[in-house]
Design a protein around this ligand. Structure first.
Ligand code: EPZ
Length: 427
C-alpha cells in the first residue's frame, strides 16, 4: 500500500497554483453526454475521480482525447445507452450524475448505486423526487437505479434538503426536457454555477444558478463548446488551512477569493492574515492560533468539505473550539486519527469539541476519506516527528499533485511506494 511520509515542523513559504474544481469537473464531464458535438474542457484536475469518469465514458462508447495535462476533448456522439460499468460506478459518488445526463439524452438510464466517501448515510430520495417530477419512473431494486420515461417534461421541483447532487442531476435531466423546470431550494455551490455556465455555453437556457431558484427552459439540442472550469474552492481552502496550521506565508494563485470568504473569515478569527487579490489570496500565520466555533452549512456557509482540515489546525489553537457538522451525520472518522497525534477532541452527535494542545506528535495514521486525508497531511506538517499516512487513494481522488505542491512550499513530504522504494525522499 502506498503511503505519504511527512516530517513536520517546516513553515510553508512561496506560491502554489490551484487546480480546476473537482466537484465542477465531475458534474461537467457527464454533462458532455448531452452535447451533439465535441466539448473541449480546460482546467480539468488530474485526479482519480476525473479519470474514473473519463474511463466510464470511454467504456460507454465516447471518445476522450487528452490534449494537454489538464485539457480534454470529449465526443459523446458515439455513446451507447448502456449502464456505466459497476466496477467504475462504485468507486465514486458522482457516478449518479450519469443518471441525469443519460436520462436527458435517451429518456432512460440504468446506473449502479454509487460509491464515494463514507461520511454518513447518503440518500438519493431528492434525486428520485426530481426525476419523478419530470415524468420518469424510477426503480432501485437490486442495487441498480433504473429510470424510464417516454419523454421528460419540465416541472417545478422543491428540494426538501439543499442537495448539491440532486440539484446537478435535475439540471442535467431538465436541460433537454420539454418545457420549464424550476428547482426551488436549490444548492448554490460554485460548482452548480459552473455547471450552469457549461450547459449554457452548449446552448442551454439555465438561469438563476447560484440562487435558491434555478429555472431551466428545455432546448431541443445542445452543441459542442470550449469551456474552462473554475478553480477548486476546497483545494484552495486546504492550502490556506495548511499555512495556518504549519505557519509561514503563501500566495495561493488561480482562485476566486469570493468563493473563499467563509474560510478566510474563520482563518482570520484564528489569527491568520489574509490578503485578497483579484485571482490570488495571500495567507500568513506567524503568531499563535486562536480558538473558534464553526458550523458547516451549504454555500455560502462554511463548507463541510473543509471541516476535517480546520479541525486539524484547531487542535493546537489556544482554548476550546467547537465544530458543528450540520451537513453530514458522520464526518468524524478523522477524529480517532487526529487523536493519534495527541489531539484532544471529543465528539457528541454532530459536535466536535477540540481542546487545543501545545503541540502534535507524529503518528502512523490512515486517510479515512478524502478530506480526512487532507487533514492528516496538515496535522503531519504541524507535528513534531515523521508521520506515515496510509489509504492515500482517498487523497488521490481529489487533490492534484498535492505532494509536489507542498514540497515546492518547503514541506518535507514524499510518497513511499508499496514496493518499499522511496521516491523524492524527504530530506
Ligand atoms: C456533494 O455531495 C459533494 N460531492 C460533497 O463533497 C460535499 O460534501 C456535499 O456535496 C455537500 O457540499 C460531490 O460533489 C461529488 P448533498 P452530495 O446531496 O451531492 C442530504 C468532497 O469531500 N441528502 O449536497 O452527495 C445528505 O444526506 C465530497 O469533495 C438527502 O437527504 O451531497 C446530506 O446530509 C464529500 N437526500 C445533505 O443532503 C438526497 O437525495 C447534502 O448532501 C440527497 C442528499
Amino acid at each position: 500500500m502506498d503511503t505519504i511520509i511527512v516530517k513536520g515542523g517546516n513553515r510553508l513559504k512561496g506560491e502554489v497554483n490551484i487546480s480546476g474544481a473537482k466537484n465542477a469537473a465531475i458534474a461537467v464531464i457527464p454533462a458532455a453526454i448531452l452535447s451533439d458535438g465535441v466539448c473541449h474542457i480546460d482546467n480539468i484536475p488530474n485526479i482519480s475521480d476525473v479519470f474514473t469518469e473519463l474511463e466510464t465514458l470511454t467504456c460507454m462508447g465516447a471518445t476522450v482525447k487528452m490534449k494537454t495535462a489538464n485539457s480534454f476533448e470529449i465526443d459523446t456522439r458515439g455513446l451507447r445507452n448502456v449502464a456505466p460499468p459497476y466496477e467504475l460506478a462504485r468507486k465514486m459518488r458522482a457516478s449518479y450524475y450519469f443518471l441525469g445526463a443519460l436520462a436527458g439524452r435517451f429518456g432512460e438510464a440504468s446506473v449502479p448505486m454509487p460509491g464515494g466517501c463514507d461520511i454518513g448515510v447518503r440518500p438519493i430520495d431528492q434525486h428520485i423526487k426530481g426525476f419523478e417530477a419530470l415524468g420518469a419512473k424510477v426503480d432501485t431494486t437490486g442495487g441498480i437505479i433504473n429510470l424510464k420515461s417516454d419523454r421528460l417534461l419540465g416541472a417545478p421541483v422543491y428540494l426538501d434538503v439543499v442537495s448539491v447532487g440532486a440539484t446537478v442531476n435535475i439540471m442535467l435531466a431538465a436541460v433537454k426536457a420539454r418545457g420549464m423546470t424550476v428547482i426551488e431550494n436549490a444548492a448554490k455551490e460554485p460548482h452548480i454555477v459552473d455547471l450552469a455556465n457549461f450547459l449554457n455555453t452548449m446552448g442551454a437556457d439555465v438561469r438563476g444558478a447560484g440562487t435558491d431558484t434555478i429555472k431551466i427552459r428545455g432546448v431541443a439540442s445542445l452543441h459542442g463548446c470550449s469551456y474552462a472550469l473554475i478553480p477548486d474552492q476546497i483545494e484552495a481552502g486546504t492550502y490556506m488551512a495548511a499555512v495556518a496550521g504549519a505557519g509561514g506565508e503563501v500566495l495561493i494563485n488561480n482562485v476566486i477569493p469570493k468563493h473563499l470568504e467563509s474560510i478566510s473569515a474563520k482563518l482570520e478569527e484564528m489569527g491568520a492574515e489574509i490578503v485578497e487579490y483579484d485571482e490570488a489570496i495571500l495567507v500568513r500565520r506567524t503568531g499563535p492560533l486562536n480558538r473558534v466555533n464553526i458550523k458547516t452549512m451549504p454555500h455560502p456557509g462554511f463548507p463541510t468539505d473543509m471541516h476535517p482540515q480546520i479541525a486539524a489546525v484547531l487542535s493546537t489553537a489556544n482554548g476550546t473550539s467547537i465544530i458543528n457538522e450540520s451537513v453530514w451525520e458522520n464526518r468524524f472518522k478523522y477524529v480517532d486519527e487526529l487523536k493519534r497525534f495527541g489531539a484532544n477532541i471529543q465528539v457528541d452527535g454532530k459536535i466536535a469539541v477540540i481542546e487545543g494542545v501545545e503541540k502534535l506528535k507524529a503518528a502512523p495514521v490512515r486517510a479515512t476519506d478524502l478530506r480526512a486525508g487532507a487533514a492528516m497531511i496538515i496535522a503531519g506538517l504541524m507535528a513534531e516527528g515523521t508521520t506515515e499516512i496510509t489509504h492515500i487513494h482517498h487523497i488521490e481522488r481529489g487533490y492534484e499533485n498535492i505532494i509536489e505542491k507542498l514540497r515546492a512550499l518547503g514541506a518535507d513530504i514524499c510518497l513511499k511506494k508499496d514496493y518499499g522504494d522511496v521516491t523524492n525522499a524527504a530530506g
